[in-house]
Design a protein around this ligand. Sequence first.
Ligand SMILES: [Zn+2]
Length: 313
Amino acid sequence: MKRLIFALLVVAGGSARAQAQAELPFVLKQIGPGVYAAIDGPEHEAGSNSGFVIGDDGVLVVDAFFTTDAARALVGEIHRLTPRPIRYVVNTHYHADHTGGDQVLRDAGAIIIAHRNVRGWIRTNNINLFGDRITPDLKARIEALPLPDLATDKDLVVWLGSRKVVVKTVLGHTGGDLTVSVPDAKVLFTGDMLWRKIAPNLIDGSVAQWQATDADFAAMRDAAQTTFVPGHGDVADLKDLREFRAYLLDLERLVAEGRRVGLKDEALARRVAPKLRTLYPGWTISDRAIAAEVRYMDQELAGTKKRPVPPAE
Ligand SMILES: [Zn+2]
């Protein structure tokens, strides 16, 4: 009888826990000792991925999601897992889908760390990011985003007690990109330098730099044992990283081929889209995403691509 009650309690506890997890706007995955990835749910309620590292004397968070609700849920999960304080949030870049919840993290005790260019871009360039989808509410939210407290254009080591976390500047997605690695767990949070099975947003990017950065990741000494947390899509490995880099190179090649036969704009996109979809089955490649990708790739090859200009301090 005792045994049966115990079994029932365990089942009840398990399902309550599963229920709580199901209500989160992300899926929390432990990917190393005290290292977690928070992967955006299928409804994309969080807007992007996040994650965190628990050290001996505090917690470092990587990216803050798009919505403040998702950021609040993340803070709740961190407090459930550890009594240690949230000390830092590192923004991998300025895009609002990664910085929208910064104020929630700051209110929870975090110092906001970002590339130095983020201070100049976060409240202005994010408005361009949304293009025709901007609303007055969203504009007001963007203009009220907190500015980073600690701005860098150099690599940093952040010590969480005895735990080493390495913040690196990289090139390719915006011109103000950081990655975060946890060497003792062989984890690399790549921000949007890596998307897993999703067509990436090239609005501020340079594919030439981006694919070179991904080649650097793939050439890291521990690359085959490393867990990569992408900016969008599920937790990734070296194979996923190589596939994403191949996608960028195929996009470049297909757009270049179309340009050589004189195609542009919609005609160019109509030629490239089915070829990419055939090469990458199982990827999420929306019509809107592919049209934008082809346009930006075309501009990069033509030498007319506009990228965010580093602001004066
Ligand atoms: Zn981004």
